[in-house]
Design a protein around this ligand. Structure first.
Ligand code: SF4
Ligand code: SF4
Length: 286
């Protein structure tokens, strides 16, 4: 079962929920099923801060960009006119290529009448695979300044097993990296916090789920017993399944600030996240 964990914005507790769900699934791993955590938040992958994987294997992720042969280029500018991303400019008798904004469409290479452009590979980040307890940990890391993490996510997801519990920690928001991360999942779990900002971002991701027709539910994080919860209100008004309410708890804050996994430290949280996992399995089978 593949579960994507999302949030409309950063800081809701998405990585906290993802990491703890993966570790709660370790008891399933004892029966030879996989427990896998995947960090697709490639601009800021921080699940490793909690899981501290060892035996790490790294592999580079490349994209294709054009390179010009100036001896063949006549300066006709057909390539720069074609490029919708402004990655090419012909200035002072030379073709300039801005690799960081190239989207690797390959169109300029096809359009060049002089065959002056050809492909070269350029590394934009790395994928890491390691082990933490009984959980296999995958992490995508986009190099600083790169335009899109989509190629890293595209290379990362086919590496995942088809059986066991695969928890995908998605990027925040509702951009193309999120769409790529949830393409093959069985269920989406949205983490929302009880604030007006939280409900605004929850509503944006809700629209994305409706568009993609993905089954989904919500975990309400940082809930205070006697306080109004606009995100809970939004879920009730829109008949959205609330999987669980996680309380605002200083102990969770303490464990998080020390980079510790709550379910590995505290039996109450282990029970809580096993219960959430159980509900997710049932929901995804409906
Ligand atoms: S299309 Fe080819 S020949 Fe024309 S400017 Fe671009 S690289 Fe040079
Ligand atoms: S490959 Fe596509 S995006 Fe990149 S420079 Fe050429 S036309 Fe522009």
């Amino acid at each position: 079962m593949k579960i994507a964990v999302l949030s409309g914005k950063g800081g809701t507790g998405k990585t906290f929920v993802s990491v703890n769900l993966a570790c709660a699934a370790e008891s399933a791993a004892q029966s030879n099923l996989n427990s896998v955590y995947v960090d697709c938040d490639v601009e800021e992958p921080n699940g490793n801060l909690f899981l501290k994987p060892t035996n790490i294997k790294k592999s580079g992720v490349n994209v294709t960009v054009p390179v010009v042969d100036n001896t063949k280029c006549t300066g006709c500018r057909k390539c720069s006119d074609f490029c919708k991303y402004n990655a090419l400019a012909y200035v002072k008798d030379r073709l300039l290529i801005f690799n960081e904004v190239c989207h690797s469409c390959g169109g300029c290479i096809i359009f060049c009448p002089q065959k002056a452009l050809k492909e070269r590979q350029r590394e934009i980040g790395v994928i890491e695979e390691g082990i933490s307890g009984k959980t296999t940990v995958f992490s995508g890391n986009l190099n600083t300044g790169e335009v899109s993490g989509v190629p890293i996510i595209k290379e990362l997801l086919p590496k995942l097993p088809d059986n066991g519990s695969v928890i995908i920690d998605c990027p925040p928001g509702s951009a193309c990296t999120v769409m790529e991360s949830i393409r093959q999942v069985d269920y989406c779990l949205l983490v929302a916090e009880p604030t007006l900002f939280g409900v605004h971002n929850l509503s944006m991701v809700y629209e994305l789920f409706k568009l993609l027709k993905k089954p989904f539910g919500v975990v309400l994080n940082k809930c205070l017993a006697d306080e109004e919860n606009p995100s809970e209100q939004f879920c009730k008004e829109n008949r959205i399944t609330i999987i669980e309410k996680i309380p605002y708890d200083k102990e969770i804050g303490r464990l998080n600030s020390q980079g510790l996994v709550a379910v590995r430290e505290n039996g109450t949280y282990k029970e809580l996240f096993e219960r959430i996992l159980d509900k997710l399995v049932k929901e995804s089978l409906q």
